[in-house]
Design a binder for this molecule. Structure first.
Ligand SMILES: *[C@@H]1O[C@H](CO)[C@@H](O)[C@H](O)[C@H]1NC(C)=O
Ligand SMILES: *[C@@H]1O[C@H](CO)[C@@H](O)[C@H](O)[C@H]1NC(C)=O
Ligand SMILES: *[C@@H]1O[C@H](CO)[C@@H](O)[C@H](O)[C@H]1NC(C)=O
Length: 266
């Protein structure tokens, strides 16, 4: 290789390294300073350690995140659930972005240990249908809950008051479907719908009606059985009675017959 070319190459790599240094970015690998393999870590005075794992086709939260992580970007991946204790040992985590995944379920304790530090959580554009208070625990973070197919039902209604999340977060819970089905709920923020409609008593009412119908059904069955039983027995009784009535006649006829025979023999 000619000398000039080598010089240009090393010069280029030097410039690149310098550029990254100037931007405050460092392309780190786990081996070097504890940044997970599928993430990019950068450190700055303003925002502390920023770990970017966006758009990496991740199906699980990376392990071994640096314990000094302050901002964690896991958006635009393929996460389906957040398991319990997924973010344990990150006492400085301040901002967590989980938007644009496929999250349908957050396990109880998913955000365990983040209650004291986390101030911003992005769960927007996922597949969440309900909020489990056990998943959020004591979390008070401002949370983006928009663009999820929320199912507005009794469970959600009971969960809402148990959540300690920043109250503005809950305005983004827009009903996609409702149980029981209520047309006025579709596309409306849950907290607005829930002021007019009590999803739990509505459910109660429909179960009451169902109970009533079932009881009526049983009642009808018992009554018709009784009617059938009585009728059937009545027919039997009548038949029996008729049989009994016919008995003496037959006896009388046979008696007269033997009498006739006796007379003719005489
Ligand atoms: C991170 O871990 C190191 C080594 O275990 C420890 O010395 C340090 O105090 C931890 N930092 C934080 C913020 O917990
Ligand atoms: C919440 O997320 C949506 C979509 O991801 C975004 O458009 C919106 O600006 C976010 N809201 C806030 C308050 O950050
Ligand atoms: C709402 O539900 C319908 C099906 O019932 C679905 O096609 C639509 O994508 C959902 N909207 C959101 C925001 O998920």
């Amino acid at each position: 290789m000619p000398m000039g070319c080598q010089a240009v190459a090393s010069c280029l790599s030097l410039t690149f390294t310098l550029l990254l240094d100037v931007l405050g970015v460092c392309l780190c690998h786990q081996a070097e300073n504890g940044c997970p393999e599928s993430c990019l870590c950068s450190e700055s005075v303003d925002s502390g350690l920023v770990v970017r794992c966006s758009d990496m086709h991740l199906i699980a939260v990376p392990r071994d995140l640096p314990n000094t992580t302050q901002h964690l970007y896991l958006d635009n991946n393929l996460l389906l659930t957040i398991p319990s204790y997924a973010f344990i040992g990150l006492p400085l985590l301040f901002k967590l972005d989980l938007s644009h995944n496929r999250l349908a379920y957050l396990e109880p304790g998913a955000f365990q240990d983040l209650a004291d530090s986390l101030s911003s959580l992005d769960l927007s554009s996922n597949q969440l249908e309900t909020l489990d208070p056990k998943a959020f625990g004591d979390l008070r973070a401002q949370t983006n809950l928009s663009h999820n197919p929320w199912l507005c039902d009794c469970r959600l209604q009971l969960a809402m008051p148990q959540l300690l999340l920043d109250p503005s977060s809950l305005t983004e819970v827009v009903c996609n479907t409702s149980e029981p089905e209520a047309l006025e709920a579709q596309g409306m923020p849950f907290i607005l719908v829930a002021t007019d409609l009590d999803f739990c008593t509505a459910i109660q009412r429909t179960t009451d009606v169902a109970m009533l119908i079932t009881m009526f059904g049983w009642f009808t069955m018992v009554i018709s059985y009784l009617v059938y039983y009585v009728r059937h027995n009545q027919e039997d009784a009548i038949r029996h009675l008729e049989y009994l009535k016919s008995l003496p006649n037959r006896q009388a006829r046979s008696e007269s017959l033997t009498l006739n025979q006796a007379v003719t023999q005489l």
